[in-house]
Design a protein around this ligand. Sequence first.
Ligand code: CTP
Ligand code: MG
Length: 227
Amino acid sequence: MNFALIVAAGKGLRFGDEIPKQFLMCKNHPILYYTIKAFEENSFIDQIIVVTSSDYIDLVKSYVSKYSLKKVNKIVEGGSTRQLSVFNGLKEIKSIAGKGDNVLIHDAARPLVSQEIINKNIGALKENKCVCTVQSDSDTTYLSKDKKTVESIINREELFLAQTPQSFDFECIYKLHFEAYQNSDIENTDDASLAFKNGYKIFLVEGNKYNFKITKKEDFVLFEALI
Ligand code: CTP
Ligand code: MG
């Protein structure tokens, strides 16, 4: 089985709105709806687990019934960091997952994830335990330690920006999260980094610019223009 784990328990501090960005409305629908819909419509995805903060669980439940999101199986309470939110979701999946099952972990704040990206992740899981969606960069990229002057130029051919979904053999990523939690290592900003730190090879699949993360107000403007 292929599980999609959508993390939507963030507060959106950089965005700076009263309500978390994933619940903002765009063309009459909340951002989270667009994100869930992408996985709902993918025929390789069997079940969807959504993680959100306790104040928003009822709202997400109402979306599930309003939009007839049939694959959403569980709505789980999140944690204080993204990693803890993912771990809470993985703990719920553990009770239903079997050997060889996969999980695609995705940010709720990336509503424009395409079917092609989801398919590439699932395809790559046939041969790999850890898969990360990335975008190559077309701009010249500098390294600056003092944030004022250029220290060095990074070879852009070798530079990739991490996106989600990041996809894993379920048993593998569960174990990594479990061990990280035991060691109070709870601040990793994504799951492929956690796997990489633990010595796993991360297979890259190509994402695209549309799969950007809504982080600041300007990203929302862009999303609104594209939808
Ligand atoms: N997320 C989560 N639980 C957290 C923190 C983040 O589920 N404790 C989710 C967010 O809802 C988002 C994704 O992880 O879909 C990526 O995080 P980010 O873009 O950093 O969102 P926020 O943490 O909400 O934003 P900020 O860092 O600006 O506060
Ligand atoms: Mg954050």
